[in-house]
Each structure stands twice: as C-alpha cells, then as structure tokens.
Design a protein around this ligand. Structure first.
Ligand code: AP5
Length: 229
C-alpha cells in the first residue's frame, strides 16, 4: 500500500491522535486535524472564491439567511481595519487602491482572530475572498483547520467589469473605479488558477453568469449535503 505523505512537508502522514510527533501541520494529518481549533466535522469551513464582482458577497448573504453560517469577508475585515485609522491602515489603503494583495500576515491574523472569537457559537464558516494566492491557502490550513469545501464563482472579465462599474455609483468603495478594477482583475487572473489547482477534490465551480437565484440553486446543491452530514 502507498504511504500517505503530507503535501507541505512530504513526511509520512501520522494517523494517530495528537500530538503529531513530526509537528507536520498538514491538513491531511489526523493528529493535526484533532488539534485544530475548529472541528470541521461539526462546523464546516467553506471558502467562497471568484473574481472581483463575481457575486461572492451577494451569494454569501443568501447562504447566511438559509444556513446561518458565520460570514467573514477578508475585504470587509480589511476595510474595517482601514476605518480604524491605525498606522497599518494607511498602508492597507494604498495597497487596496492599487488593486494588489495585502500581505498575508495581516489578512490571516484578522481572519484567525475573527474565526476564533466566533468558534463556539458558529454553525460553520463562510470565508469570502480568501485564499487569493496559493500560499494563503496553505497558511490558512496550517494555522486554523482544513477547508471542507470550496465554491468558485466563474464569470468572464467583461461581466465582472460591467457589474463593478454598475455598483460603483452607489458602493462608495475607493477601489470601484475603472483603473482599479483593471488592476484587481489582473491580480485575480495572475493568481487564481494556482489557487484552484491546489484543491481538485474540494473545488466546486459554479457558472456565475446566471441570475442570482439560479446561482443560489447551485450553491444549495453543494451546501445541503454538507449540512445534512
Ligand atoms: P473584496 O472586498 O473581497 O473585493 P473583491 O474580491 O474585488 O470582490 P467584491 O466584493 O468587489 O465583489 P463580490 O464578488 O463580493 O461581488 P458582489 O456580490 O459585491 O477585496 C477588496 C480588496 O481587499 C482586494 O482588492 C485586496 O486588495 C484586499 N483583499 C481582500 N482579500 C484579500 C486577501 N485574501 N489577501 C490579500 N488582500 C485581500 O457583486 C458585485 C455586483 O454585481 C453587485 O452590484 C451585485 O448586485 C451584482 N451581482 C451579483 N451577482 C449578480 C448576478 N448573478 N447577476 C447580475 N448582477 C450580480
């Protein structure tokens, strides 16, 4: 029989309960899973991914209403940090206005803090807009818990641009302008396939060109069985 190996450290996967003698931190290691701060068999963790304007936030609202999951959007967490006016906030503003990715230590710290603060009450987590690069996914699973499922909303650059330009009049967001939208799209395209390729077994793609309700129909086909388990 083939020996199972950790993806990050390439050491054999330890099947026994903690502590893992190798401290391998692999999401596939049973010992690591047992000591993760979230028990994902009871509280699933779902990453919600897609380009800027693909409808992540729109669908998350519908998911919260039906499933009562805890919604954490990294964009919202970062915008709240910006509003706080801290020194770190000034640097975040300029990165976000350039449509680039904020350093992962900052994003992951904000995310981990928010997850742990809600771990007891939550029925499950919707992590909206994370990971945006391969290393973010690895860092999340090492620091928090293995992801349960990944929903990816797929739409063309033209559709994404039109939606964001449509939203620009009312969103009040500094990054909803033609120039920054182009940069956000570029950042997304540069990283997206590498992120998705990491999770062939957990990834579920949804055509996000359809109507909001039709898309939610597809979302429910993914989440209903997850909740039933
Ligand atoms: P973030 O706030 O996450 O922005 P985004 O990914 O660009 O996505 P949006 O929130 O703009 O769009 P959405 O997909 O939620 O679509 P929505 O539902 O609103 O991130 C902002 C910035 O923060 C990043 O650029 C980066 O700098 C930083 N950041 C965030 N996460 C980070 C991370 N992990 N690491 C590093 N940096 C990070 O819909 C858009 C519009 O379309 C709405 O008007 C809506 O009504 C409409 N719409 C939605 N669905 C449909 C539909 N089916 N048909 C027609 N219209 C629709």
């Amino acid at each position: 029989m083939d020996e199972k190996k950790c993806r990050p450290c390439e050491e054999p996967v330890i099947e026994k309960a903690p502590p893992c003698p190798l401290q391998c931190m692999s999401p596939k290691c049973k010992a690591y899973q047992a000591k993760a701060p979230i028990d994902t068999s009871k509280k699933p963790i779902v990453w919600v991914l897609g380009g800027p304007g693909s409808g992540k936030g729109t669908q998350c609202e519908k998911i919260i209403a039906k499933y009562g999951f805890t919604h954490l959007s990294t964009g919202d967490l970062l915008r709240a940090e910006v509003k706080s006016g801290s020194d770190r906030a000034k640097c975040l503003t300029s990165i976000m206005e350039r449509g680039e990715l904020v350093p992962n230590e900052i994003v992951l710290d904000l995310l981990k803090e928010a997850i742990l603060a809600r771990a007891d009450q939550s029925k499950g987590f919707l992590i909206d807009g994370y990971p945006r690069e391969k290393s973010q996914g690895i860092a999340f699973e090492q620091a928090i818990a293995p992801v349960t499922a990944i929903i990816y909303f797929e739409a063309s650059s033209e559709t994404l641009t039109q939606r964001l330009l449509g939203r620009a009049a009312s969103s009040g967001r500094a990054d909803d302008n033609e120039e920054t939208i182009k940069l956000r799209l570029k950042t997304f395209i540069d990283n997206n396939e590498l992120v998705l390729a990491q999770y062939p077994d957990k990834l579920r793609r949804i055509n996000a060109e359809a109507s909001v309700d039709d898309i939610f129909g597809e979302v429910q086909k993914i989440l209903d069985p997850l909740v039933a388990n």
